[in-house]
Ligand binder design. Sequence first.
Ligand SMILES: [Zn+2]
Length: 93
Amino acid sequence: MSDKKKNKRNNNKNYDEDYNPRFRKQRKKVCVMCSDKNFVLDYKNADQLKKFVNDKGKILPRRTTGACAKHQRDITIAVKRARHIAILPYTQN
Ligand SMILES: [Zn+2]
């Protein structure tokens, strides 16, 4: 009985050690604003803010931007301010 269980457990492992899509090793992105102290987020700078929105004009998630929680909040506020003064679009088509 115990042998059967062991075999089953081994058979479930149908991935290689090197390539397992469920536990793919990901390099942790470093926050742009934390790493670069000269980087100043400006809500009037459209080119800068375009990096943090997708082609539909939506704000990108933290897993995509790589920003830390504090700076992601700053990005969100900056993008929303830019939308309000018509520098960035709310939506695109
Ligand atoms: Zn940061």
